[in-house]
Design a protein around this ligand. Sequence first.
Ligand SMILES: *[C@@H]1O[C@H](CO)[C@@H](O)[C@H](O)[C@H]1NC(C)=O
Length: 404
Amino acid sequence: MISWNMDLRVVLVVYLVLNVGEINTSDDGICVAKEQCVGSEESDVGKSHYTEDFNKYYNEIESSLAAYVPCNNTNCNCHTDVLKADLKPFKTHGITREMIQRAKQYGTHYQVIDHKLYRQQECMFPARCAGVEHFVKPLLSVLPDMDLIVNCRDWPQVHRHWSKEKTPVFSFSKTSEYLDIMYPAWAFWEGGPAIALYPTGLGRWDLHRKRITAASADWESKEPKAFFRGSRTSDERDALVLLSRSQPSLVDAQYTKNQAWKSPQDTLNAEPAKEVTLEEHCRYRFLFNFRGVAASFRFKHLFLCSSLVFHVGDEWQEFFYPALKPWVHYVPVPVRSSPQELEKLIRFFQENDELARGIAQRGYQHIWNNLRMADIECYWKKLLKRYGKLIRYTVERDVSLIEV
Ligand SMILES: *[C@@H]1O[C@H](CO)[C@@H](O)[C@H](O)[C@H]1NC(C)=O
């Protein structure tokens, strides 16, 4: 890491010298290494108005790398700050019976009593509940008695401003506007979105890790293009799809059908595209991630291709997002960027291959090393043990719950 960092400084000095030297010529002089400078006479005039933004991207990368300290993942510590922050509102006064009573309307009620797990019979999304239970059951021997309210919907429930009283609800994703306690999503095991290619739902992160990594072609053989496939769950995805239509050699971004699809209007006035497996994404150098209804399950998988991940928007979080650093592990893209802004960013990384490859590799290594199944299990364990310590009343068995 350190030597890479030094390399970047050298590269930047070379770049700045060249850029200053060429400021009065028609050549825009955007090049980061000698080899790449050789052909610079060929570079077209249209690029020159990019210089200012390109400098901004260099500076972002340099300062982010300079500030970056890789996390120490002993005991899933890369992610521990997240659960500390989520449980903090309960730290002083603990969790009371009244709080649980209030929380019940927002999720599925679970109880841990005498190291057994109980759940209310009704579960809105059975596969999601099963995905949660997969992680909780192995922990029962170390857990104290507790009530747990687990929201299996996509949307968080406890708004910072509308919820005056503290209400402990577990949700997989939220924005900073919400006080939900984030848990690792069911989809790490099962119950993820079911599309035609994954009819039983995206799940089994442990298997995807291996399969996608195996499919990750080496950088040179990847098409130097931006790629996205997904349904139009949010119109924040439109700009890239529009750019793809005007510049198909730069971007391939198309909408697929989802269950709500009725007409081409739902795919921005085009016929829906075919779904593409996660492995096939690895054929492209630049992979885009957008929020869906909440955070997108796609995100973590994209890193496994060792392609460069462009992550649009920073509002929607899952528990592992804060450990991922912008410009270090992925390229942050402002939400509502115009097609022109997206083009600039993609072209920057097309022309600065080493920078692109460096971020892609660091992103892959981070996810591979710090988002293992063992880390998901570890996070669940730490989260529930700390949560259990906050319970301030004697948990009594609710006989309407069934043992699971
Ligand atoms: C990570 O933290 C653990 C426990 O605090 C420590 O024993 C280990 O040496 C650390 N590893 C690194 C690489 O710093």
